[in-house]
Design a protein around this ligand. Structure first.
Ligand SMILES: O=P(O)(O)OC[C@H]1O[C@H](O[C@H]2O[C@H](CO)[C@@H](O)[C@H](O)[C@H]2O)[C@H](O)[C@@H](O)[C@@H]1O
Length: 247
C-alpha cells in the first residue's frame, strides 16, 4: 500500500522520536564519515524549542556517538538500540557490558584483517561488522556474527550492510515506550521517524501509544502510517512541521 506523506501539523502536542542514520543524515561509506551539518543542528534545536524539549534521538549508535555528533545536545537520547538512555531530566542509564564482547571484537577484527574492506565498529554494548565496501562478504560476516552471538547468548542485530552482536533485552520500541513513561513526555502522542527494519518496533510502539510512525525511504511492509522518500524530504518536512508549530 502506498503511504501518504505526513501532514505538516502532525507534531502538534506530540513527542518526537527521530532515528539518525538514513533518516536525518544520508548513509555514508563509513560510520565515522557522517556529520551533523549546520542546517541539521539548527533544525533540531528549533524543533526541541518548539516542542518544549519533547524530542529524542533513537539510534543504534552509542549515546556518546550521538552526543559527540550533536555537541552535547539538550534532548533525550536512546542509543545502542535502546540499551542506553539519556532521559529528558538528564539522568543516564545503560545495560552492563558483558566480558564476552572483548572476545567477539577480537574474532571480528581477525575476520576484518582477512577480508579487506570489512570494518569493525566497537560499541559499549555491542560489536558490528560493516561490509558496505565489500558486499560479497555479507554471507561470511553474517555467519561469523551468528556463531559469535549464539556462543555468547547475545543478540544478533542486522542493519544496513552490517551485522552486530549486542546485549539483548531492549530495542527501539522498548526505548520509545520507556521514554513515553517519563514525566516530560507522558500523555503526549509519540511520532517516530525511521528508515530501517530496526525502526519497526518503534513504529509499532508509537501506534500502540496513540501515535504514528513515518517510514523514511522506499515503500516496504511497515507499521508506519506515513512515508517520506528520503533524508532530503525528511529535513524539508521537519522544517515545515516546525513552522506549523510556531503558527
Ligand atoms: O539507528 P540508526 O541511527 O539508523 O543507526 C543504525 C546504524 O547506523 C550506522 O551504520 C549505518 O550507517 C553508516 C553511516 O552511514 C553506514 O556506513 C553503515 O553501512 C550503516 O549500517 C552505525 O555505524 C551503526 O552503529 C548503527 O547501528
Amino acid at each position: 500500500m502506498t503511504l501518504p506523506p505526513p501532514p505538516a501539523d502532525l507534531l502538534r502536542d506530540a513527542a518526537l522520536f527521530l532515528d539518525f542514520d538514513g533518516t536525518l543524515v544520508e548513509l555514508e561509506a563509513h560510520p565515522e564519515a557522517v556529520a551533523v551539518d549546520a542546517r541539521l543542528a539548527a533544525l533540531i534545536a528549533r524543533l526541541t524549542q518548539a516542542l518544549d524539549g519533547r524530542v529524542a534521538i533513537v539510534s543504534g549508535r552509542p549515546v556518546n556517538g550521538i552526543r559527540a555528533l550533536f555537541g552535547d545536545p539538550p534532548f533525550a537520547i536512546s542509543g545502542s538500540h535502546g540499551l542506553e538512555v539519556v532521559w529528558p531530566d538528564g539522568r543516564e542509564t545503560r545495560a552492563e557490558r558483558p566480558a564476552a564482547l572483548d572476545r567477539i571484537v577480537a574474532s571480528m577484527k581477525a575476520f576484518a584483517t582477512a577480508t579487506p574492506g570489512v570494518l569493525v565498529e566497537e560499541k559499549p554494548l555491542g560489536a558490528a561488522l560493516h561490509y558496505r565496501a565489500v558486499p560479497a562478504a555479507e554471507q561470511a560476516a553474517h555467519a561469523l556474527a551468528t556463531r559469535l552471538a549464539a556462543d555468547a547468548a547475545l543478540h544478533l542485530q542486522t542493519g544496513k550492510m552490517m551485522v552486530e552482536v549486542r546485549v539483548p533485552g531492549a530495542d527501539k520500541g522498548t526505548a520509545l515506550a520507556a521514554l513515553m513513561d517519563s514525566p516530560a513526555l507522558a500523555g503526549r502522542r509519540p511520532v517516530f521517524l525511521g528508515d530501517d527494519d530496526t525502526d519497526e518496533p518503534a513504529m509499532v510502539a508509537a501506534r500502540a501509544l496513540g501515535g504514528a510512525g513515518v517510514l523514511i525511504g522506499a515503500p516496504r511492509p511497515t507499521a508506519a502510517l506515513w512515508r517520506l522518500a528520503g533524508v532530503a524530504d525528511t529535513l524539508n518536512w521537519l522544517d515545515a512541521a516546525t513552522e506549523s508549530l510556531a503558527a
